[in-house]
Write a protein of this length. Structure first.
Length: 657
């Protein structure tokens, strides 16, 4: 092509593009009428899809927080129950009774000493008499349990825990607030979180003879709570009834009520979160940077019940799990990007289709205008010209119909192979009925409607609708079968089913491979043969075995047969399924590795070497059976699957493939 010719073609292309843009601008109103409904559909659909994706992302995070909350509660429960068990053990011990009756306290002191060493979690274990005087006290520090000399024993009659425990019913357990240990009027440094649990002990006269008190080193429990969240990237918060932190992500936030920092409360830093905690007790909450799940925990009511608790002292805590919103924000942005890209692509496709439709309609309108002009110019022409005009009109309608059929054919070509025939038939039938309806409407409008036209239309419509209904029913059956197959393959749930139904659904596509000389798949499975097992796993095994036979058993040979048979054993508890072929068989060295992962003789043909491996794993670990192989060169291959009719209760776990 010469430079002049190339320039001419370029100018012609530019002229065509300019003309098209000018036509679209002139046709902008009908273009918008076609495109705006797509916008009204795609945009809300995109918003809904984005919200649905966010819900799918946030639900596992909510479940994780609830799980961490339960685990943290269990940590606290185990600690409190252990403390209660120990304090009741001391209160009911013979050593304590002997100390009360005889005044000899050496045995009791040794008991407390041994218990302190064995536990390793108690800072002090004490027996305080009815006057509030320490009778026996054991201090545990740095792994050493020391019996306090009598001269160092103190008067605790003024302490709240003594007075409240003595005022309670015999045998009642009292739990003090969780605070920091104070020695000689000063906070012990480093901080030593302390929780005291005490119980009243009665004498032989039935009157309170004193109390048993253990001082629990709560830093062990708090560290365990912190570790619950650290492994999952979450923060564990423990608050007292006034909103002060007992356990916080930063050490400087905790124990404000002991250090004099009255601002270190959730009520001051996050008042709405604190309001939600105090009003609801249990629930979830969101702040700009965190998601929260919280629970109100009363040591006595929730853990050591049935016992009493002094509610006015606020002996309850708030346990909360907090997770950062960063992950959800990132996932939200990614989901928004994907949804936006999909929405833009759909809108572009819709715009392109609307443009084509508008231009096609304009072309038809212009053609109709030309026809009308010709009609006016040839109104006085003879009959021959009238016949020619009629032929031209007929050809015009045929071209329009051919264009519609061509477009319909392109749509049908994109449908899945199995749905192609019924849905294609239904679409063609409905399209034909639409054209008949348009023709009938045209004749009604022109006043040329005849009775025969109406009768023909009614008959054609009845036959066409029956035909379309049958085609759609066939498509619905296929969709239902494939839907059940997809559900079975996507989940690992067991259900009751007929063996032949599952096998037929799994092999439906494999049995209808196109091409002359393709191998034939024969099923010989009796009905009824009901199973209570995992249909998805069983279908996967059968389809893998049959697909393996179809790919490799017959090499270049035409024809061949693959048989799938099933028989029950005499006891009616197991079923034996055999997949056999009359193909080329396997050499011994190939058969020895048939169930090995990534072993394949068809690597160059796209084989992965995982089909038989997955079938073997599913047979053993999910279906609770065994899969064996019998083959020889030139004698075909037989796979034997021996499984119970009722799958074992411990099967169904994911297979590591």
């Amino acid at each position: 092509m010469t430079a002049t010719g190339a320039t001419h073609v370029s100018r012609q292309g530019n002229t065509t593009a300019t003309t098209t843009r000018a036509r679209l601008w002139a046709l902008r109103r009908p273009l918008l009428m076609l495109f705006v409904p797509w916008m009204l559909l795609v945009i809300p659909l995109g918003v809904f899809t984005h919200e649905h994706l966010l819900q799918n992302i946030s639900e596992p995070m909510d479940e994780l927080r609830q799980d961490l909350l339960s685990r943290a509660t269990q940590v606290m429960s185990r600690s409190l129950i252990s403390m209660q068990r120990d304090v009741r053990f001391i209160a009911s011990s013979d050593e304590l009774r002997a100390a009360m009756d005889t005044g000899h306290r050496e045995r009791l002191a040794r008991l407390l000493q041994h218990l302190a060493i064995a536990s390793g979690q108690y800072a002090q274990l004490r027996w305080i008499d009815a006057n509030g005087r320490e009778a026996v006290r054991v201090d545990y520090t740095n792994g050493v349990a020391t019996i306090t000399p009598e001269r160092a024993l103190q008067d605790k009659s003024a302490r709240d825990y003594f007075r409240e425990t003595m005022a309670g019913e015999p045998g009642d357990v009292h739990v003090s607030p969780l605070d920091l240990n104070i020695e000689n009027g000063e906070l012990e440094i480093p901080f030593k979180p302390m929780l005291r649990i005490s119980v009243t002990v009665t004498g032989t006269d039935g009157k309170p003879a004193g109390i048993v008190v253990v001082n629990y080193l709560a830093d062990v429990m708090l560290e365990r709570l912190r570790l619950v969240g650290s492994g999952a990237g979450a923060e564990v918060h423990l608050l007292n009834g006034q909103g002060f932190w007992l356990l916080a992500p930063r050490p400087d936030m905790a124990w404000g009520f002991m250090t004099g920092d009255s601002s270190a409360t959730v009520g001051r830093t996050m008042p709405r979160l604190w309001q939600a905690m105090t009003t609801r007790g249990n629930g979830t909450y969101s702040t700009p940077d965190r998601f929260w799940s919280f629970r109100r925990v009363s040591p006595l009511h929730d853990v050591l019940a049935p016992t009493r608790i002094s509610e006015d002292r606020g002996e309850h805590w708030y346990l909360a799990i907090a997770m950062s919103t960063d992950r959800l924000v990132q996932q939200s942005r990614k989901a928004a990007l994907y949804v936006s890209a999909a929405a833009i692509a759909l809108l572009l496709l819709a715009l392109r289709g609307a443009m084509r439709q508008v231009l096609a309609n304009d072309d038809r309108e212009r053609a109709l205008c030309d026809v009308r002009d010709n009609e006016r110019r040839l109104a006085t022409a003879n009959g021959e010209l009238q016949d020619l005009l009629a032929q031209l009109r007929t050809m015009q309608h045929e071209l329009i119909r051919a264009e519609k059929l061509s477009s319909l054919g392109m749509m049908v070509a994109g449908v899945a192979h199995e749905l192609n025939t019924p849905l294609g038939s239904a679409v063609v039938t409905v399209s034909t009925l639409q054209r008949h309806l348009q023709t009938l409407a045209g004749r009604v409008s022109s006043g040329e409607l005849r009775r025969s036209d109406l009768e023909t239309y009614i008959g054609d419509s009845r036959d066409g609708l029956l035909f379309a209904a049958e085609a759609l029913n066939r498509a619905a059956v296929l969709v239902k079968r494939f839907k059940q197959l997809a559900v079975d393959r996507a989940t690992s749930e067991r259900r009751h089913f007929e063996l032949v139904d599952v096998v037929e659904d799994s092999l439906h596509l494999l049995r209808h491979r196109p091409g002359a000389g393709a191998p034939v798949v024969q099923l010989e499975i009796p009905r009824p043969l009901a199973m209570d097992s995992y249909a998805g796993a069983l279908g996967q095994v059968i389809s893998n075995l049959v697909d393996n036979a179809l790919k490799y058993a017959f090499a270049e040979r035409l024809g061949g047969t693959v048989r799938v048979t099933a028989t029950c054993d005499d006891g009616g508890e197991r079923v034996v399924i055999r997949v056999s072929d009359d193909g080329i068989g396997m050499p011994r060295e190939v058969a020895a590795h048939a169930f090995d992962p990534f072993f394949t003789t068809g690597r160059g043909a796209g084989g992965t070497g995982l089909g038989l491996f997955i079938a073997h794993q599913l047979s053993v670990e999910v279906l609770g059976g065994r899969l064996s192989l019998d083959t020889a060169p030139g004698q075909g291959t037989t796979f034997t699957l021996d499984i119970p009719l009722t799958a074992p209760l411990d099967s169904g776990r994911p297979v590591g493939v």
